[in-house]
Design a binder for this molecule. Structure first.
Ligand SMILES: Cc1cc2nc3c(=O)[nH]c(=O)nc-3n(C[C@H](O)[C@H](O)[C@H](O)COP(=O)(O)OP(=O)(O)OC[C@H]3O[C@@H](n4cnc5c(N)ncnc54)[C@H](O)[C@@H]3O)c2cc1C
Length: 435
């Protein structure tokens, strides 16, 4: 399981060579566990600051969520702005929002400054609603401008439907700061930068245990070990019991994506934008056009990881046709799943776990900007530059519900889906009465 699967990104990835497993007993300033975007970003920030780094992964570089996601790089966190404000107060919420924007800029700037190949950046994201909600959207636009100096464009129903030819959508907000890209090639580019900067990356090297004594740590794999002053846990949704209390603080949640065949002009007739698109459902449908005329569509979440490609293809085709019935008959070329790590509070675990022991993980479904800024915040802390990690003080290691956690999450999700359905049906009925 811990390797690249058959998905859009692996079919279009930059050439890679397999990195050797860790051998012998080595030393480093920092050992990072997990080479997804969180681990790679942390490693790159540390190497850039002159630290010696060993990065271990149980499988391949970015084979997990980081190399197989929707590729949306957008402001914000998995948790919404209002909930963050309620929990942390306005000033901290504003500082956290700023961090999330810095995360977007890190990715864009690194690609440009380091000329990372194959990242295929395209700007723009339309967030659309599936029921009449124009007043609320305009209020949100005004709040984002007033509180965060972040400017979104309001799209009325006509403007939305001029681009997205479906009756499912009503109004929307357009974000021109965010973008979409090829996440796997970005991660592979980062891995190359880390190694050229002197960092060491070992694949097929699962951490099995960490022993800590007198402020030093020894990280063990089955065959070898790393002696270091700092350890950073970046396991995403794939970490097991070897992560101790951290593992009890997140739930692995599965989510899904498909890639259609080439659709030619049919696609442009339905989706007349190069923007990424997402709707306002709790587990939203999100999609974008890749390779000119193919739809990369994602959605659904489950606590059980469905792996049957045919079944996944069918489920997500149903979702596509529910929005764009004019695409009936399309074929799915690839279907895949991935795991995200979610804390109950839906914010990441960024901060210290003990002396010289750090965590930078649980980014949920919003990791492409938050993992890069998480890596920077942890690198700053290790190097004694800032204590920006304190912004996450309100979001500690909350118990994930143990064996009942997945069942509870699935029940909550089913309830939320029912609420979505209710709001959408009500809106459609109202629209019918008006016409
Ligand atoms: C289908 C899908 C679509 C998504 N779409 C988006 C999107 O469009 N935009 C967005 O912002 N976010 C999206 N996300 C979420 C985003 O991909 C994640 O939040 C992000 O990739 C998490 O990065 P990570 O480094 O924490 O985890 P991962 O990339 O999963 O990496 C974790 C790594 O830890 C390693 N590991 C685990 N245990 C050990 C161990 N014991 N020893 C060594 N290594 C270990 C694993 O092998 C793995 O490589 C999506 C996720 C999925 C699955």
């Amino acid at each position: 399981m811990y390797t690249y699967n058959n998905n859009y990104y692996t079919a279009t990835m930059q050439p890679v060579t397999e990195r050797p497993a860790l051998s012998g007993d080595v030393q480093a300033d920092v050992c990072i566990i997990g080479a997804g975007l969180a681990g790679l970003s942390t490693a790159w920030e540390l190497v850039s600051r002159g630290k010696s780094v060993v990065l271990l992964d149980a499988g391949r570089v970015a084979w997990g969520a980081s190399g197989r996601n929707g590729g949306f790089v957008l402001q914000g966190w998995s948790e919404g702005v209002s909930a963050i404000e309620q929990r942390c107060g306005k000033p901290t919420a504003a500082a956290l929002f700023k961090l999330s924007l810095e995360g977007v800029d890190i990715v864009r700037d690194t690609i440009a400054d380091q000329q990372l190949p194959g990242c295929a950046i395209t700007s723009g994201k339309m967030s659309v609603v599936r029921y009449e909600d124009g007043d609320n959207l305009q209020r949100l636009r005004d709040k984002m401008a007033a509180d965060f100096d972040f400017h979104l464009e309001y799209l009325d129903r006509q403007a939305v439907r001029a681009k997205l030819k479906t009756e499912r959508y009503f109004q929307g907000l357009r974000d021109t700061h965010g973008f979409h890209f090829h996440p796997l090639n970005y991660c592979l580019g980062l891995a190359g930068l880390i190694e050229r900067g002197g960092g060491r990356i070992h694949e097929h090297s699962p951490m099995v245990r960490v022993d800590s004594r007198d402020g030093r740590h020894r990280v063990f794999t089955d065959q070898a070990s790393v002696d270091c002053g700092n350890v950073v846990y970046c396991c995403g949704g794939y970490g097991g019991p070897e992560f101790g209390k951290l593992r009890r603080a997140f739930l692995p949640i599965a989510t899904y994506a498909v890639l259609t065949e080439h659709l030619g002009a049919r696609l442009a007739d339905a989706v007349a934008t190069t923007d990424a698109v997402g709707d306002n459902r709790r587990a939203s449908d999100y999609y974008r056009i890749v390779d000119g005329d193919r739809l990369l569509w994602g959605g659904r979440i489950t606590t059980h990881n469905l792996q049957d490609e045919k079944r996944l293809g069918q489920l997500l085709t149903d979702d596509i046709l529910d929005v764009y019935p004019q695409l009936r008959g399309i074929k799915i070329d690839k279907a895949w799943s991935g795991l995200m790590g979610y804390a109950r509070h839906k914010m990441p675990h960024i901060g210290p776990l003990g002396k010289g022991l750090w965590t930078c993980t649980s980014f949920g479904g919003h990791g492409m900007n938050t993992a890069p800024i998480g890596g920077r915040v942890i690198a700053e802390a290790i190097c004694g530059e800032t204590d920006r990690y304190r912004l996450f003080d309100a979001y500690g290691l909350q118990w994930n519900g143990g064996p009942l956690g997945p069942a509870a999450a699935q029940t909550v999700y089913a309830g939320l889906k029912m609420m979505d359905k209710f709001q959408e049906t009500r809106s459609q009925r109202r629209a019918m009465h008006k016409n």
